[in-house]
Design a protein. Structure first.
Length: 114
C-alpha cells in the first residue's frame, strides 16, 4: 500500500502552512491557517453548497445585471432564492454603479407632422 500526501492550501492566502483543526458539524475536515497575515483562521477544503462558491456569487450579480429574476437565477444556479437575495443585498452598491455606467438609449425627437 502506498501513502499519498496532499498539499493543503489556504483558499484565502494560498499558504501551505496549515494544520488540522477538527471536523465541522456535517463531518467535513477543518483546517487552521497558521499564516499571521491571513484574514481567516479556519477553512474547509470542500464546499458542498454551490451558493458559497465565489464563481456562483459573481454569476448571481452578472445574471441580475442581464435582467434575470431572482427565481430564475436560483433555479439555474441550484441555490435558494434567499441566497440570491442575500448576495444582491451585499453587492447592491456594486450593481448600482455598474448599471449607472451604462449609457441611456437616446430618445427619438418628436418631429411629428400633425
Amino acid at each position: 500500500m502506498m501513502t499519498v500526501w496532499l498539499a493543503i492550501h489556504c483558499p484565502h492566502c494560498q499558504s501551505t502552512d496549515v494544520k488540522k483543526h477538527g471536523t465541522s458539524s456535517n463531518g467535513k475536515r477543518r483546517y487552521r491557517c497558521l499564516n499571521p497575515d491571513c484574514p481567516y483562521e479556519t477553512f474547509s477544503q470542500s464546499i458542498d453548497y454551490p451558493g458559497r462558491r465565489r464563481e456562483v456569487k459573481q454569476q448571481i450579480v452578472e445574471m441580475t445585471l442581464n435582467g434575470s429574476g431572482v427565481r430564475d437565477i436560483a433555479r439555474v444556479l441550484h441555490v435558494s432564492t434567499a441566497t440570491v437575495i442575500q448576495e444582491l443585498k451585499k453587492n447592491s452598491p456594486i450593481a448600482m454603479r455598474q448599471s449607472v455606467a451604462v449609457e441611456p438609449t437616446p430618445t427619438r425627437p418628436s418631429g411629428g407632422s400633425g
